[in-house]
Write a protein that binds this ligand. Structure first.
Ligand SMILES: [Zn+2]
Length: 100
């Protein structure tokens, strides 16, 4: 790889003149290429973890919250219908304890 000494543009193959008109290039050793590849792999892993976190958070937001409104009203109605409160007059024993 060759880097222009004026505008720092990088060429994979050696060219006679850069786009800026310069004809002096610095040769870059090929080891930098493998380093950038390693950086790209790390970025890929970090983006992958970030994507998993986004998916999990979306699952928590939409996956667990959305069924609740469908299920919540039904048990409440059942509880209200099943509760029977008898009148206090039917339960209260108004006969005197000592009738003699
Ligand atoms: Zn240049």
């Amino acid at each position: 790889m060759f880097k222009c000494s004026v505008c720092q543009k990088i060429y994979n193959t050696k060219v006679q003149y850069c786009d800026c008109g310069n004809d002096e290039f610095e040769e870059i050793p090929a080891t930098k290429d493998s380093k950038s590849y390693a950086v790209n792999a790390q970025q890929l892993i970090s983006w992958l973890i970030f994507g998993i976190c986004i998916i999990i958070s979306a699952w928590i937001w939409f996956g667990t919250d959305s069924p609740k409104p469908n299920h919540k009203p039904l048990p409440k109605k059942e509880v209200q219908n099943s509760q029977y409160i008898p009148s206090i007059d039917n339960i209260w024993d108004s006969t005197p304890a000592y009738n003699k």
